[in-house]
Design a binder for this molecule. Structure first.
Ligand code: FAD
Length: 325
């Protein structure tokens, strides 16, 4: 087979690799994306939430003031984003107190919500609103960007990668630079395994629930997120100790117990999905080049915020590449 030359070879076509390919194309830099196309990946199972506050103490998400406007504009190009605020139906008094503390600190993004949801949920707390939150149809974005990209569908195997005279040879592909956007696989890769990856497994159920409100994302022990048609995404777990990426019976039992107590409407389980978030100890993404091999880069470590961070960071890395080219 004839060799194909490309300026950038991207490994991985999740959110990181897809946004990088998009911005390289915008800057007229050619790229080939190699991905093994698994049915479930972190990006494919993500609910798609962009949430400006994080965690049990509702702290402002790192870099949100810069990354959120960039993400909104980017996903609008694919017509796959809408504002959907999150209603926090507090699980306990300490969550409620933490939220109210942020309001008292005149924190942007949080306020109390006055509608009563007792006809849908069993709860006896007040309700907080995170505003604005956004919901992205991640799979639509991934599919649309894949169509516009030269993609190779196969598993990347590091033993075939050769470096000669500052060029990368991978089977019949010759590239000037290689950027790893392969999620948790980079934690095994010889160029980046020193980075402080701390993978976190997440599972979710897809349920059908007719006539349920689709205007908000509801959050209690788990989130209930509008999915397609009458479907809702329910999750997710955060599991640091796990055997593999596959769905577990434990999660179904825990989630259905919670749903049966919390949700007053009938529902049917349609699917059970799971994968591993490429999280890291510092909770800040990696996007840079290897210090020794200057033409080997990475965009990774997105944790549970890949929808928010990838457009912003991929654009920055693509711009850096143009400046060097
Ligand atoms: C249940 C769950 C819910 C989530 N919900 C949200 C959310 O609402 N909002 C949010 O911001 N984030 C969410 N996340 C996190 C988000 O999914 C990740 O931050 C993001 O998807 C990471 O994207 P990525 O492209 O870096 O990695 P990945 O999505 O893991 O993509 C890596 C790609 O590389 C490919 N690949 C890996 N190894 C190889 C190889 N050897 N050869 C070829 N290809 C390879 C894979 O096939 C994959 O396509 C969620 C995650 C989970 C698990």
């Amino acid at each position: 087979m004839a060799n194909q030359h490309t300026q950038i070879l991207i490994i991985g076509q999740g959110l990181s690799g897809s946004w990088l390919s998009y911005y390289l194309q915008q800057l007229n830099i050619d790229c080939i994306v190699l991905d093994e196309n698994k049915t479930n990946t972190a990006s494919k199972v993500a609910s798609g939430i962009i949430n400006p506050v994080t965690g049990m103490r509702y702290v402002k998400t790192w870099m949100v003031d810069e990354a959120m406007p960039a993400a909104i504009k980017a996903y609008q190009e694919f017509d796959c984003i809408e504002q959907k605020n999150m209603l926090e139906i507090f699980q306990n008094s300490s969550a409620e107190a933490a939220f109210k503390k942020r309001i008292n600190e005149q924190y942007n993004y949080v306020k109390m919500h006055s509608n009563n949801w007792n006809y849908v949920f069993n709860y006896n707390s007040s309700v907080g609103e995170i505003n604005p939150c956004y919901l992205v149809d991640v799979n639509t974005f991934l599919q649309q960007q894949k169509i516009k990209t030269i993609s190779v569908e196969e598993k990347f195997d590091e033993t075939f990668l050769k470096v000669e005279n500052d060029k990368f040879f991978y089977k019949d592909i010759i590239a000037d630079k290689i950027i790893f956007c392969d999620g948790i696989s980079s934690s095994q890769n010889k160029y980046f395994k020193h980075l402080p990856f701390a993978p976190v497994k997440g599972e979710a159920l897809i349920i059908e629930c007719k006539n349920f409100n689709r205007d908000y994302i509801f959050n209690n022990k788990y989130s209930i997120v509008p999915w397609k048609d009458d479907l809702f995404w329910v999750g997710a777990s955060f599991e640091r100790d796990f055997i593999d990426e596959h769905p577990t019976t434990k999660f179904i039992i825990e989630t259905t117990n919670w749903l049966n107590n919390f949700l007053k409407l009938p529902y049917k389980i349609i699917d059970h999905i799971s994968n591993i978030r490429p999280a890291n100890i510092s909770r800040k993404p990696f996007f840079s080049f290897n210090l020794t091999y200057k033409n080997i880069g990475i965009i990774n470590g997105m944790g549970s915020k890949g929808v928010l961070y990838t457009p912003y960071l991929a654009k920055q890395l693509a711009t850096e590449i143009t400046q060097e080219a």
